[in-house]
Each structure stands twice: as structure tokens, then as C-alpha cells.
Design a protein around this ligand. Structure first.
Ligand SMILES: Cc1ncc(COP(=O)(O)O)c(C=O)c1O
Length: 469
């Protein structure tokens, strides 16, 4: 095959795969041992043989999860938007690192343009921003900026012999916060998990109590993260109630909107879920989750401090890279990044943004919420299912009803059975020790009929399993 034939064949396969993603089962399931045999990865390569390469590609496509399938309701991402896929292909074709303007001029300007768009959308003034490798890292970078601001000697001297710093998050915050305190030398013991209310939202009075305890013990409360859409329950911490505490105690108020930050696109949902966001100090938001850009696609935005990222992150001699002799202003993105090589994530996001527009994406998010309300209704009507906690937003946490002592094992077994026979893949999590199925509806093509099918299949399998046990 010559290059042209390679492209022709590749696009034929891509077209067939894309068109068939919603058909049949979401997965042709095999156990790891069976799949190892089928894939036969140890088979020697045949140098320069494109037929062989395409056999590997076909195997990959045949045995992967079809994440665009309506019965894939497991994770915070699904099959990606077509404009984003086009962007990915172009990024691979042009293969560049978006750390300097000279090697990546277009993506640098696109990233800056999108950062500006998002700062304006959020309402951050004189702000800063960067695309990162996901909200886990964005949470850590925000914490690092806050740490270095709280104690500017840390960048040079490290954490040794310094006043103890304390960070605070809601009890349901994402585990990336624990990892951030570990990575930054703050220590997991200095991450305080603040109790939440029955809707999973951080209780400001409990935060205040925890802050006072830290101050009394000689510690410095430097960072509070409000979660906008918690991972399991979809709870929103009350940003506007945390702002007055920030003004008194001077901590950095970060908002982790990895999942539920997309509510910002809809004025109605923003008003409901994100009041006060424009006054926070930083905000992270993933486009690869609810909005369907390809993984990874994230932005970290900083309010009011337009050099905060480069100030906190730059270290060491980057002069071999960041010379910028010909530019009037500093255009390189690298100095404000954790990385040296930076994947170009801006193009896919830009293409999605231009193709769907804010209104189009807002309508999508509103539709997801309506579908979640419908799912909640279906659970409520069913004699066999029950909600485990009230629904706050985009997460529907339910289980199949059996006796309390059998419930966890039963629901785990039910979920596994649904997965292994290729029926559906739904998320699972624990809430107060109870196993719940976490249904997330973020497929742009999802309709009520898909939810009806999902619940019908789940109930049928649940009945089957109940008979057997
Ligand atoms: C609330 C929250 N924050 C952060 C993250 C981490 O995001 P990422 O996968 O982009 O690192 C997640 C992922 O599920 C999340 O739910």
C-alpha cells in the first residue's frame, strides 16, 4: 500500500466504525485471558506490511467498548464529537508540541483565544489560564498557585520548617485532591474533608468550624475547593456561601467543575448551580466530559492574577526553548505549564466550539438534565428499583431492591452480568457503604427511549438474578 491507499483504507474503516457505533452490543466481551488469545499480541511484526497493521487496527476496533453506544452509560465521557475527532486527526498529522509559538503558532493562538473566551464566559477579569492534561492536574496546579501565594518562600525553600498549610474540600470531593496534597508536599493529613448535607453539598458552617480548629492549632488554611458536580452524587457546593469566608480568612477559593462545570453554558443552569463562580479564584472544567470533546481536553482558569501560572510554575533554565526573540509580547505557553512537551488539545475544542456554539452546547447540557429527571421518574415508578440518594443534578444513583444484607453483593453481580453479556455498562460507586449504580446520561443522541431500554434490560436481568439467588 502506498500512503494514499493507507489513508483511503483508514478512512473507510473509520467511516464504517463510526456509522456502526450505536448498533449491536456495546462490547463483544471476552475475559482478559480469552482476549489475550484473540489479540495474540506476541505475534511477530512484519516490517513495512500495511495489511498487518490494518489487521491490528481491525482487532482494536472489534474488541473495544463502543463508547458512543446508547447503552454505554458508565463514565463521564462517551464517544466524541465529530469536529473534535477531525481536530484530533489534524493534530496527529501536524504533530507539534504546543509549548512555543515558533513551533506551534496556530495552536498557541487558538489556545489563547479559547482561554480568553472562557475567561469572559466565566466572568473572570484580568485572568490567566491554560489547557492542562485534565482536572486532576488542574486541581493540583490551582493548589500549587495558592500554596506559593500563601507562602512565597516555598518555591525556593520548599515546605521544610514552614507553618503547616491546610486545604479543605467537601467530603465527596474527587480523589485528585488527595493526590494533589500528596504531590505538593502538603500531606494527606492536611487535607480536611468537610461534612456535606443530604444533597452532597459542603456545609459552610462545618467549613468555618474546621478552619477555626486549624487556626487554633497554629496551621494556615490556604485553599478551599468547592466541587461543582461531585463525582458520585452530582452535588454542588455553595460557592456564594463560601465567598464571605474566603474574604475573612484569605484562603484561595478554587472551583472543581470537571463534571458539572458545563452548567455554566446555560444561563438558567448557571444561576441555579454556580452562583458566585465569577468571584472565585480559580475554576477547572473538562470539555472531554459532558461536552464530548476527545480525551483529554481541560482548562484551568485563574481570576484577577494574569501572571499567576507562570509565576508559580516556571522554574529552571528554559532559555533553550523559550527565547521569544521575535515576538513583541510573550506568546509561548510553555512557561506557564507543568509540562515541556504539550499535546495540542486546543484545536479539537475550538472546532467543537465553532461547530456547536455556546447555545448548542447549552441546549445539550439542559437536555441531559431533563433526561436525568426522566430517569429519576422511571426509578421512582418502578417497584424493583430505588434511588439511594436524592438527585441533585446530572447523576442518578439507584439500585435494584433486594434485602439490605444482600443488596451490595446483588447489585455488584447484576452490574457485572450486564457488562459481560454486552447489555450495558453502568457506573458503580459506594454511598455510605451502599453500592449504587451511577447512571450518567451524556450521549448527545440519547433519548427517553434509550433510557427505557436501559431500565427494561436492567430490570429483566435483575429479576433473572433474583430468581437464581
Ligand atoms: C469532580 C471531579 N474532579 C476531577 C476529576 C478528574 O478529572 P480528570 O479525569 O480530567 O483528571 C473528576 C473525574 O471524574 C471529577 O469527577
Amino acid at each position: 500500500m502506498n500512503d494514499q491507499q493507507v489513508f483511503t483504507h483508514l478512512f473507510k474503516l473509520a467511516d464504517e466504525y463510526f456509522a456502526g457505533q450505536r448498533n449491536g452490543r456495546f462490547l463483544d466481551y471476552h475475559s482478559p485471558a480469552e482476549l489475550r488469545v484473540i489479540l495474540d499480541l506476541e505475534q511477530p511484526g512484519k516490517t513495512g506490511d500495511w495489511q498487518e497493521i490494518f489487521k491490528w487496527v481491525e482487532k482494536y476496533l472489534s474488541y473495544s467498548v463502543k463508547t458512543n453506544h446508547p447503552m454505554f452509560v458508565n463514565r463521564m465521557w462517551v464517544g466524541a464529537n465529530l469536529p473534535a475527532i477531525v481536530g484530533e486527526i489534524i493534530v496527529a498529522l501536524t504533530n507539534a508540541s504546543s509549548c512555543t509559538f515558533e513551533s506551534a503558532p496556530v495552536s498557541t493562538l487558538i489556545e489563547k483565544y479559547m482561554i480568553k473566551e472562557m475567561l469572559d464566559l466565566v466572568g473572570f477579569k484580568n485572568g490567566d489560564g491554560q489547557m492542562t492534561t485534565g482536572s486532576s492536574n488542574a486541581n493540583m496546579i490551582a493548589m500549587m498557585v495558592a500554596r506559593n501565594l500563601a507562602n512565597p518562600t516555598i518555591k525556593q525553600a520548599g515546605m521544610f520548617g514552614q507553618q503547616r498549610l491546610f486545604a479543605f474540600v467537601g467530603a465527596d470531593a474527587h480523589y485528585s485532591m488527595d493526590r494533589a496534597v500528596n504531590n505538593l508536599g502538603i500531606g494527606v493529613d492536611q487535607l480536611i474533608k468537610v461534612p456535606v448535607d443530604s444533597m452532597g453539598a459542603m456545609l459552610p458552617a462545618e467549613l468555618l468550624r474546621a478552619i477555626n480548629r486549624v487556626i487554633e492549632s497554629g496551621g494556615l488554611p490556604f485553599f478551599v475547593a468547592a466541587t461543582a458536580g461531585t463525582t458520585v452524587r452530582g452535588g454542588y457546593d455553595p460557592i456564594n456561601e463560601l465567598l464571605p469566608l474566603r474574604d475573612i480568612y484569605g484562603f484561595w477559593l478554587h472551583v472543581d467543575g470537571a463534571w458539572g462545570g458545563s452548567a455554566i453554558l446555560s444561563p438558567r443552569l448557571r444561576q441555579h448551580y454556580l452562583r458566585g463562580l465569577e468571584e472565585a479564584d480559580s475554576f477547572t472544567w473538562d470539555f472531554h466530559k459532558m461536552l464530548g470533546s476527545t480525551l483529554m481536553c481541560n482548562i484551568l482558569l485563574i481570576n484577577k492574577r494574569n501572571q499567576a501560572l507562570a509565576t508559580a510554575l516556571s522554574a529552571g533554565d528554559g532559555s533553550y526553548l523559550f527565547r521569544n526573540e521575535n515576538a513583541v509580547e510573550m506568546e509561548d505557553l510553555g512557561p506557564a505549564s507543568l509540562q515541556c512537551g504539550r499535546r495540542v488539545d486546543s484545536l479539537k475544542w475550538f472546532l467543537d466550539w465553532k461547530f456547536f456554539g455556546r447555545e448548542g452546547l447549552a441546549a445539550r447540557v439542559e437536555k441531559f438534565l431533563d433526561l436525568c429527571a426522566y430517569a429519576e421518574e422511571v426509578v421512582g415508578r418502578s417497584a424493583e428499583l430505588e434511588l439511594v440518594v436524592p438527585r441533585t443534578s446530572f447523576n442518578v444513583c439507584f439500585r435494584f431492591k433486594v434485602s439490605e444484607e444482600k443488596s451490595n453483593a446483588f447489585n455488584l453481580a447484576l452490574r457485572t452480568r450486564l457488562y459481560e453479556d454486552g447489555t450495558t455498562l453502568v457506573g458503580v460507586a459506594y454511598i455510605d457503604g451502599k453500592v449504587v449504580m451511577r447512571l450518567l446520561v451524556i450521549n448527545p443522541l440519547a433519548e427517553r427511549a434509550d433510557l427505557d431500554t436501559f431500565f427494561r434490560n436492567l430490570i429483566a436481568k435483575g429479576r433473572e438474578l433474583r430468581q437464581e439467588s
